[in-house]
Design a protein around this ligand. Structure first.
Ligand code: SF4
Ligand code: SF4
Length: 745
């Protein structure tokens, strides 16, 4: 059992386990702690946790990165990696009358438990599969290793693959890399269920996927849970994603659960101050922009968790009692299934209101963009030759041409924000790179303040603005700031390098002063401290701030922010986007903001009075003011993106995506006519023959849509027959057209 003396924290920590007990637990965790001995001291990454998992429920475990969610999952299976030490009690009840003490099992018994009774699925199927063996080999090895009947096991494997809308023959014979990310993740779920476990523990299982695929897999998970009587523990940092799926939610903060209860109670009547702040901090499509606010402060270091209530340094209700003692669970409104670990839960709803008084709701935000374009793209094409797949005979094949961007025109003005959204492989990153002169188009033109960018590069005609100056004015912030910062360079050296290159007149003292003032400006204070750190000594949010400073030190006219907040925790995204917008005001810059997430695009572009452009297979299919696109999407594909963006709603419909196939067609051979016609529920025969235009028939200059449904009744679309391919129920029709340009978008 754990030792409570390590931080002087209260012995009474969450002692009243009756508060979290359920009628028929399949798993019981009591007083579970995980510690690591580190040079800096003892790191307690799970802290005396008590929780029951009810048989046949879907339990959502949510919280920020580093809050202990994954450690909770590892502890459930006694799978904490060395040199971590797990203490406490974990009991598994295969049925209501039997108990298994998980921490008492032998290594062989544990191996059986982990596949046959409680199975686990992690994020990123790619790393879970052996790339050198087929999916069939993975199933057969698993069945054989557990001495299951091979014929029965493989029959079950095929059934599971079909349940997950995969073609068994094609998938079983494929190597992992031959499947798209969504197909791999579904195959991994099937593999985890092949030995018919009772419990499925999923740790961020869809985090690497597009929202549409995430949402679709969640609806399949719902079906699987019912069909196979599964208990599911779904761990995620993405509260909206699990809100509509889970029966109960458990909110984790600082390595313990802050609030546990039925999902609808937690979403509609959150009681712990942290849960309330988390709900306000999550970008979503419904909440008025003004009401979304970041959570102040930082989550604690596991070596140095504050005494008393661990949330007190960030909590507006904190008082001396909170600072002195760790609160036990309180039953919310005398409920027997909703508990919050907070002394002042009754005041939380008054102090931390989730809504404003209504007067500021959906107030219009007017952008500051000028009428002068900084960058103009006219009829731009970017076509790539796809690399051969490496097969011996492939060297004799003609390379395939990928239509990454096709015939796109776009102006980005001074002080503008344009958010480009779409699925992986839609061409948004390629279009972004083309806009900042980092990618040469294969057709059309790109101008920077009326200077043709590639003429400047090639020295064609009268070059008014040299290419070097153009590149300097067009900067980029990547998704993975850690990857874009030199790991061997301290922050100061990383930030001074571009100044040395571009501002040769600046002396060392001026450079240092400039860098320090920028660090201070973005909240990295004291700057001397941060300037001396290496990238790995910074949090994800801090790394992204450094990347942003590096771009801004060039005084750019336009910054391409490519999924710049996607890798950040949900609760940090609003904070970083706010900072980017504040810096826009100071530096008079524009942003081209690339995101696969419509909520982030809405928050960023909406708060700047900017636009959202929706891309599909290399084309912009809808563009307009951000809030107008969200409130009144017109293109059927934009409606799909909106559907796939989970709301903070418990009764959201996860059943019927408004699309006839989930997987994106191959950009090597895009569909004829309207490229969306193979997936569009509104498609008619005219759509397969003709291509709708973004500019023709636009009733509104600002909000433009490339769909025949916006054309007047004289267009032949209205008279033509609906497309019926006979496969309309096959949402996950994969086939060979599931290609994704993963490296590009
Ligand atoms: S009110 Fe006190 S006990 Fe409750 S969350 Fe805030 S600091 Fe913790
Ligand atoms: S043009 Fe036709 S296929 Fe394309 S989005 Fe409109 S209705 Fe759908």
């Amino acid at each position: 059992m754990s030792d409570n003396s390590f931080t002087g924290r209260s012995e009474a920590t969450k002692a009243d386990v009756s508060a979290i007990q359920v009628d028929d637990p399949i798993l019981e965790m009591r007083d579970a702690s995980v510690t690591f001995d580190m040079d800096r001291g003892e790191s307690r990454v799970l802290d005396q946790v008590n929780l029951d998992v009810q048989r046949n429920e879907i339990l959502g475990v949510v919280g920020e990165s580093g809050s202990g969610k994954s450690m909770f999952a590892s502890a459930l299976l006694d799978a904490v990696v060395d040199p971590g030490t797990l203490s406490g009690d974990i009991t598994y009840h295969p049925d209501p009358d039997r108990s298994v003490d998980v921490l008492d099992l032998s290594p062989e018994q544990l191996r059986e438990l982990r596949w046959e009774e409680i199975s686990m699925v992690f994020q990123g199927a790619q790393s879970s599969f052996n790339p050198t063996t087929t999916i069939r080999d993975h199933f057969e090895e698993t069945i054989e290793a557990h001495n299951y009947d091979m014929a029965q096991g493989m029959a079950h494997a095929r059934e599971l693959l079909e349940d997950l809308y995969l073609e068994p023959d094609r998938v079983l014979d494929a190597y992992p890399h031959e499947l798209s990310g969504g197909m791999q993740q579904r195959a991994l779920i099937a593999l985890s269920l092949v030995l018919e476990p009772n419990v499925l523990v999923m740790d961020e299982p869809t985090a690497a996927l597009d929202l549409l695929m995430q949402r679709s897999i969640l609806s399949l998970l719902n079906d699987l849970q019912e069909k196979y009587d599964l208990t599911v523990v779904f761990i995620t940092h993405d509260l909206p994603l699990v809100a509509g799926l889970a029966d109960r939610l458990a909110v984790m903060y600082a390595f313990e659960f802050a609030e546990v209860g039925p999902a609808d109670e937690i979403i509609r009547n959150p009681t712990h101050p942290y849960t309330r702040s988390l709900l306000k901090a999550v970008p979503n499509l419904d909440t008025p922009l003004q009401e979304m606010q970041p959570i102040e402060g930082m989550a604690p270091d596991p070596v140095d968790v504050p005494e008393g209530c661990s949330y007190h340094p960030r909590c507006p209700l904190a008082d001396d009692v909170c600072r002195a003692s760790n609160p036990a669970y309180h039953a919310v409104d005398d409920s027997d299934d909703h508990v919050a670990a907070c002394f002042h839960w009754e005041q939380a709803s008054d102090v931390l209101s989730l809504t404003t008084d209504g007067e500021t709701e959906h107030a219009e935000i007017v952008g500051k963009q000028s009428a002068d374009p900084v960058v103009s793209l006219t009829d731009v094409d970017v076509h790539f030759e796809q690399e051969a797949d490496g097969g011996l005979l492939s060297i004799f094949d003609d390379p395939d041409l990928v239509h990454a961007v096709d015939d796109v025109s776009l102006d980005v003005y001074e002080n503008d924000v344009v958010a480009l959204v779409g699925e992986s492989g839609c061409g948004k990153t390629t279009l972004g790179k083309t806009s900042i002169a980092a990618q040469r188009p294969t057709g059309g033109s790109v101008t920077y303040r009326e200077q043709d960018v590639w003429d400047a590069k090639d020295g064609v005609g009268d070059v008014e603005t040299p290419f070097e100056a153009i590149r300097r004015s067009l900067q980029m912030v990547h998704q993975d700031p850690g990857g874009s910062l030199n790991p061997n360079r301290k922050v100061q050296a990383s930030l001074e390098a571009p100044l040395k290159h571009w501002n040769t007149g600046m002396d060392a003292e001026d450079r240092k002063e400039r860098v320090f003032s920028m660090l201070e400006y973005v909240g990295m204070s004291p700057p001397e401290d941060y300037a001396g750190r290496y990238p790995h000594q910074l949090s994800g949010g801090e790394q992204q701030r450094v990347a942003l400073i590096r771009a801004l030190l060039m005084n750019p006219d336009l910054i391409l922010a490519d999924e710049a907040v996607s890798a950040l925790d949900v609760s940090l995204r609003v904070e970083v986007m706010d900072l980017m917008l504040e810096l826009q005001d100071v530096f008079d810059t524009s942003y081209l903001f690339i995101s696969h997430n419509l909520s982030n695009a809405r928050y960023f572009a909406g708060n700047a009075g900017g636009r959202i452009g929706v891309m599909y297979l290399g084309e912009i299919v809808e563009i307009g003011p951000a809030e107008e696109i969200i409130a009144n999407p017109k293109h059927p594909y934009t409606k799909v993106l909106k559907w796939s963006t989970a709301d903070l709603e418990v009764d959201q419909d996860v059943e019927e995506p408004p699309i006839s196939s989930i997987d994106i067609p191959d950009p090597v051979d895009p569909p004829s006519g309207c490229r969306f016609h193979t997936r569009c529920p509104e498609a008619r025969e005219a759509c397969a023959r003709q291509q709708p235009s973004l500019d023709e028939h636009a009733s509104d200059d600002e909000h433009r849509v490339a769909c025949f449904r916006e054309y007047d009744q004289s267009h032949e679309y209205w008279e033509s027959e609906p497309i019926d391919d006979g496969e309309s129920t096959d949402l996950f029709a994969d086939g060979s057209d599931a290609a994704e340009i993963e490296s590009d978008d």
